[in-house]
Write a protein that binds this ligand. Structure first.
Ligand SMILES: Nc1nc2c(ncn2[C@@H]2O[C@H](COP(=O)(O)OP(=O)(O)OP(=O)(O)O)[C@@H](O)[C@H]2O)c(=O)[nH]1
Ligand SMILES: [Mg+2]
Length: 361
């Protein structure tokens, strides 16, 4: 029996097993078996997806945003509206056949936008070059879902498609550490109360992955799926944002009735595009910081763009490589400083609008 048949058999067993507390461990093990087989199958190169032959995209700018949506929802029109790029648009499906990059300059940040061909149901299984298309989303710092105002409830399907190729949206990597050891069996340490995992289940799943000796620390209330993700590896974590496009075609009452949380826009009529730019910038958690001298405030026209949480030392290193060795301390003015010119160590986290001055060794 080949791997696809084995997976199909396990899927069938999974489907017919009742889902309740008593079967949870059994189901968890089935999931682990399927996940491991899928991983092996993809690694074998026979799945038609994954590495090689895909779209080559070079990351550029401070962050990368990837557009995901059905054909003809207006992805290319939106790229044009946001950046002035000329990506071909037309009223038929699959107008875009490759990755079209554009650059959005916003608040001093260079945000790379990637317009993609539309994806269709079955994309994760390879339909319509679907796997190659969605694989581009693995490069994303943000996934932007684009929905059509007449089909606004398609979002869960799109999310599911990305999940299938190992992209985890709007969550952090699980707080699970697995450190393999030579011998000594599975040493488990739960650092948080668990509702799904226990020693027996974790051990069984680890064994399924061929791990019989390891130190395992679980620092959050984790699910079986999260444990499987850590064991399978190669997962990508990214935040997401959704827009509903073509709102120029409907009355405001229509939008109110469908009551969506997504950002309503019209790419063609340029409605709400500035709001969307701001939402993208916020979601990417980019901040602007500035270098200055002791007595003179910074020139705010040339900000350094970094991720929220960036330390003053790593910001300094972005400007001058030598800072790795020469950095001693820094002075900070602005939102993160207790008082103007506060002296801080290298691990001080900067905030949007901060100004800093490095003191060298
Ligand atoms: N009324 C209206 N039409 C729009 C809007 N945005 C896009 N369109 C139209 O919708 C059609 C498809 O737009 P595209 O931008 O090519 O869509 P796409 O998602 O890139 O399509 P594919 O590349 O085929 O996946 C075109 O005829 C556009 O003119 C909008 O905001 N309002
Ligand atoms: Mg297009």
């Amino acid at each position: 029996m080949g791997i696809p048949e084995k997976i199909a058999e396990l899927e069938a067993e999974y489907a017919k097993t009742q889902k309740n507390k008593h079967t949870e461990a059994h189901l968890g093990l089935l999931k682990a078996k399927m996940a491991r087989l899928r991983r092996d199958y993809e690694a074998s190169g026979k799945s038609g997806g994954g590495g090689g032959g895909g779209f080559d995209v070079k990351k550029a700018g401070n962050s990368t945003v990837v557009f995901i949506g059905l054909p003809s929802v207006g992805k290319s029109s939106l790229l044009n509206a946001l950046t002035g790029t000329k990506s071909k648009t037309a009223a038929y499906a699959f107008t875009t056949t490759t990755v079209i990059p554009g650059m959005l300059n916003y608040k001093g940040a260079q945000i790379q936008l990637l317009d993609l061909p539309g994806i269709i149901a079955g994309a994760a299984e390879g339909r319509g070059r679907g796997r190659e298309v969605i694989a581009v989303a693995r490069n994303a710092d943000l996934v932007l879902f684009i929905l059509d105002v007449f089909d606004p409830f398609y979002l869960p399907k799109l999310r599911e498609t990305l999940e299938k190729i190992g992209i985890r949206l709007d969550c952090e990597p699980p707080a699970i550490n697995i450190h393999r050891t030579e011998k000594g069996g599975i040493d488990l340490f739960f650092d948080a109360k668990q509702s799904q995992l226990n020693g027996k289940i974790v051990t069984a799943i680890l064994n399924e992955y061929g791990i019989f000796s390891a130190n395992v620390t679980i620092r959050e209330n984790a699910t079986i799926d999260q444990l499987i993700d850590v064991l399978t590896g190669n997962r990508k974590y990214a935040p997401s944002l959704a827009v509903v496009n073509k709102i120029d075609l409907v009355k405001p009452e229509f939008l109110r009735k469908i009551n969506l949380e997504h950002i309503p826009i019209s790419a063609e009529k340029n409605q709400n595009i500035e709001t969307l730019k701001e939402a993208i910038f916020k979601k990417l958690r980019l901040i602007r910081v500035h270098t200055r001298s002791r007595f003179e405030a910074a020139d705010r026209n040339a900000p350094l763009i970094v991720r929220e949480g960036t330390t003053v030392k790593s910001a300094a290193e972005k400007l001058h490589r030598e800072m790795k060795e020469e950095f001693k301390s820094a002075r900070v003015w602005g939102p993160s400083a207790k008082h103007p010119g506060q002296r801080v160590g290298g691990d001080h986290a900067l905030k949007d609008g901060d100004e800093f001055l490095v003191e060298k060794k």
